[in-house]
Ligand binder design. Structure first.
Ligand code: NI
Length: 176
């Protein structure tokens, strides 16, 4: 298994619309393992292939407290949604930024498992937020895209500042 690099906002590659997964082969299996490792070590509760610069319709989730419930969705599609919730979201591609986003409270999703078998599932609350957020990634959309342009610019500047501080720290300290 290998940990993959995560693209960060405003990297234009995060705007790519992912294409359908057609081969359920060893390449897909390895990618899924690497994405789970990357998500767990971040640590995060969801990761879309787009975020690791692979533009295929694949995402992984695990909302358990102890990283014990990995879930894999290949070619996920929302069939129906109901209700509304307003949850504070963060994203591994937008580190250190949190904002409230309106989402459906419950969604019915159709997807394929790593072997290509179709399944349908109803997801609710945090699980529903998470899959809607990850499917957005596959469509080139970030949670900060729901914010006003003014707020999004504030996010961009805050991230630039964070990166500068991190770069300075790295220069001042020699890491082993
Ligand atoms: Ni995200």
């Amino acid at each position: 298994m290998a940990k993959l690099d995560i693209l960060e906002f405003p990297d234009p590659r995060l705007k790519t619309v992912a294409s359908e997964v057609k081969s359920f082969d060893i390449h897909l299996k390895t990618l899924i393992e690497d994405m789970l490792e990357t998500m767990y070590s971040a640590p995060g509760i969801g990761l879309a292939a787009t975020q690791v610069n692979v533009h295929e319709r694949l995402l992984v989730l695990d909302i358990s407290e102890d990283q014990s419930c990995p879930r894999v969705y290949v070619n996920p599609e929302v069939l129906s949604e109901s209700g509304e919730q307003d949850c504070e979201e963060g994203c591994l591609s937008v580190p250190g930024i949190y904002a409230r986003v309106k989402r459906a409270e419950s969604v019915i999703v159709k997807a394929q498992d790593p072997t290509g078998i179709f399944f349908e599932e109803q997801l609710e609350n945090l699980h529903a937020v998470c899959i809607q957020h990850e499917i957005d990634h596959l469509n080139g959309r970030l949670f900060v895209d729901y914010l006003s342009p003014l707020k999004r610019n504030m996010v961009r500047r805050k991230l630039e500042k964070q990166r500068k501080v991190a770069a300075q720290d790295a220069e001042e300290h020699r890491l082993i």
